[in-house]
Write a protein that binds this ligand. Sequence first.
Ligand SMILES: NC(=O)c1ccc[n+]([C@@H]2O[C@H](COP(=O)([O-])OP(=O)(O)OC[C@H]3O[C@@H](n4cnc5c(N)ncnc54)[C@H](O)[C@@H]3O)[C@@H](O)[C@H]2O)c1
Length: 248
Amino acid sequence: MPVDLKGKRFIVTGGATGIGRATAIRTAVYGARVAVFDVNDAAANETITDITESGGNARYWHVDVTDGAAVQSAVDAAVQWMDGVDVLVHLAGVLQGASVELDDFPEETWDMVVDINLRGSFLVTKNVVRHMKAKQNGTIILASSGAGVLGGSSSFAYGSSKGGVHGLTLVMQSALEKYGIRVNDILPGSVQTPLKVAQVQKTYELTGDKETYDRTMKSLVSPDAISKVIAFMASDEASVLRGSVRTA
Ligand SMILES: NC(=O)c1ccc[n+]([C@@H]2O[C@H](COP(=O)([O-])OP(=O)(O)OC[C@H]3O[C@@H](n4cnc5c(N)ncnc54)[C@H](O)[C@@H]3O)[C@@H](O)[C@H]2O)c1
């Protein structure tokens, strides 16, 4: 029995591809109205077309999550379109610098990854929380990663940014509960998305280790499987859920 999201109003960032696309589609199928934020207009518009053609309700905003003014105006427009916001699923993110040694790691790559993954999480949540506080109700799900919490990331910047997202989740959890806002993060394992496949390929180019490449590619799980977990985390059935959710 799928969870019931009828009447829920979602903002899903990173909804053009990967886990975000699967989440936007699934939550719309379960009855939510979905505002998709991304920078990949062509792919995001495909997400919207797929949702609307199957009878769902979704709309796209081009938003760079590192641009505070753009985030604020898109959040306000989406809230106006949906007449409120119940759930934020913030999945927009990048992985750059895979398998680059620390002493060679470019500062620009560090800045770009931390800016999008960590500062972007701050800017998106900051602007959504204003609306949730006004209603004393809301659910926020951020995309952290085992890379930032358990160790073993292929990229110094990526692992650090995701550790930061996990820290932001913990701070928000305790600070926002009094406003009726529930905050959790998800730590997806290895999921077959453009972000992960590019990282696996890059690592193979640098190491030439075909056996590890083949094994890793075979072990990736589908974004659709992760979207089922996120839909549950966002639902009223998960109202007592606190903390981090790990998936394969
Ligand atoms: N795939 C995995 O194995 C995995 C594992 C752990 C965590 N994650 C996290 O899950 C989230 C989703 O990743 P995915 O694997 O689906 O990757 P993906 O590349 O398929 O999706 C990321 C989306 O974010 C968008 N995006 C990138 N920069 C942006 C910006 N500045 N503003 C707005 N949108 C932007 C991209 O256009 C893309 O649609 C990411 O935060 C990622 O770090 C993924």
